[in-house]
Design a binder for this molecule. Structure first.
Ligand SMILES: Nc1ncnc2c1ncn2[C@@H]1O[C@H](COP(=O)(O)O)[C@@H](OP(=O)(O)O)[C@H]1O
Ligand SMILES: [Mg+2]
Length: 416
């Protein structure tokens, strides 16, 4: 099910539970009609003997409903009305508004509200597993050297927006793992989920020891407040250039739009960072950062005017580190043992960017006391639209608001 938000890039929101409910409803109507018509003497007589006497009263079309049948039918009608008001059918109608089709196992922008809860600690365990499993696909495809590279179109700035088999296969694994474990939550993912090619990947309900040690109690939240963002392969451009160190897989869980837990996994070094706000983490900030002449990590393939902005703000002594992947760039701010990881003091991005690229990093930074905001210091809400316009500033153990004040207004300076 696709919602084209801009050329070639999709936001997929698939809710297999709604389609399951709909199937149950169809089955119920079918069984009811079968049962009621079997009860009706008019129907049995007609089906067995076309010459039955015309004097027997018949409903139009030759079908007679029994009084009990009519009562059940009315109850059924009430049931449908209830579903309408509980948001179930409303969600499916809104799907038509998005240009989707209801039969393929995909649903509208929100999961049906049914008052259920999910445990964020369990979601963290599955998110780590999903990032690792997706990463296995990413590595396998890269090692096979058959990437099936395609273009999804162009970014606003005219760069090629690439997709490979690594993106698609990782997306499939990650999506179905999370969807099977948490059927009622909304999942937004970068690549197309083929509803005809569903996979049930069961989670064994084991929470890894390192998570249990840090997050000591379950954390239940309403399922309808949760939005999951999946990036099945961050730094696709660099992946196609075989620049493996930049590649990550990422999962983020937002609650009421606020980033709550994030996982960034590096498939080629088999390193995984995770953190949960007010929960715990397996990664930490470094002990010191250079706030005066920071080393700034920026995009190498979607840079826009970022170098000019950085040098104008912090002076010519500032070191600029061009790097691929938003996941990689957030890890550059942290104390990461991976040898292939460069280190920086700030991450700045000035062009448009999507929420699956940044949500996991935002959650990890937030959990560790850092910040990721737009360049004008606004918090980013991880619901609704899939992209953000105002650029990015990510920092940790620095005065983030002071940095925001230092940055030029991009609209005014024409650096966007
Ligand atoms: N202007 C832009 N438009 C669309 N996507 C952008 C973008 N700038 C960055 N991104 C995406 O953000 C991620 C990090 O970008 P970069 O490596 O340039 O810093 C990449 O994700 P993907 O590799 O998952 O597509 C990239 O495609
Ligand atoms: Mg990405």
């Amino acid at each position: 099910m696709s919602h084209h938000s801009w050329p070639g890039v999709y936001m997929y929101t698939v809710d297999t539970r709604s389609s399951c409910d709909l199937q149950k409803l169809y089955l119920f109507i079918y069984l009811f009609l079968k049962w009621n018509l079997a009860l009706s003497p008019g129907w049995s007589a007609m089906s067995r003997s076309p010459e039955r006497p015309a004097s027997r009263a018949m409903a139009p079309m030759g079908i007679r409903l029994s009084p009990l049948g009519v009562a059940v039918f009315c109850l059924l009608g009430l049931g449908v009305l209830y579903h309408l008001y509980s948001g179930f059918l409303a969600g499916r109608f809104s799907l038509f508004g998005l240009g989707g089709e209801p039969g393929g196992g995909a649903a509208g922008p929100a999961a049906a509200a049914d008052g259920g809860t999910v445990d964020l600690r369990e979601m963290l365990a599955v998110s780590v597993l999903a990032a690792v499993r997706g990463g296995d696909e990413v590595r396998r495809v890269r090692e096979s050297n058959v990437l099936h590279e395609k273009s999804k179109g162009k970014t606003r700035e005219g760069a090629e927006d690439k997709m490979t088999s690594g993106d698609v296969l990782s997306n499939r694994k990650m999506f179905y793992l999370l969807k099977t474990a948490f059927p009622s939550v909304q999942i937004n993912t970068e690549e197309h989920v083929d509803a005809a090619d569903q996979e049930v990947i069961l989670w064994d309900h084991k929470i890894p020891e390192d998570i249990l040690k840090e997050v000591t109690t379950p954390k239940e939240v309403p399922a309808e407040s949760v939005t999951v963002w999946i990036d099945p392969l961050d730094a696709t451009q660099e992946y196609t250039e075989d620049l493996r160190k930049y590649v990550t897989t990422m999962v983020c869980v937002a609650v009421n739009g606020k980033p709550m837990l994030g996982v960034i996994h590096k498939p080629f070094s088999e390193y995984t960072a995770w953190a949960m706000v007010d929960g715990g983490s397996n990664v930490k900030a470094r002990s010191s950062y250079n706030e005066k002449t920071p080393r700034i990590v920026v995009s190498r393939s979607h840079s826009g005017m970022v170098k000019q902005v950085a040098l104008q703000t912090f002076g010519n002594q500032t070191t600029i580190i061009p790097a691929g992947g938003a996941g990689y760039k957030v890890l550059a701010l942290l104390d990461v043992p991976d040898k292939s990881q460069e280190k920086a003091d700030l991450y700045i991005h000035v062009t448009y960017i999507k929420k699956w690229d940044i949500c996991a990093g935002n959650a990890i930074l937030k959990a560790l006391g850092g910040h990721m905001t737009t360049l004008s210091g606004e918090e980013i809400s991880y619901t609704g639209s899939d992209g953000i316009e105002g650029g990015l500033l990510a920092s940790i153990r620095m005065n983030h608001q002071a940095l925001v004040r230092k940055l030029p207004d991009l609209e005014k300076t024409g650096h966007k």
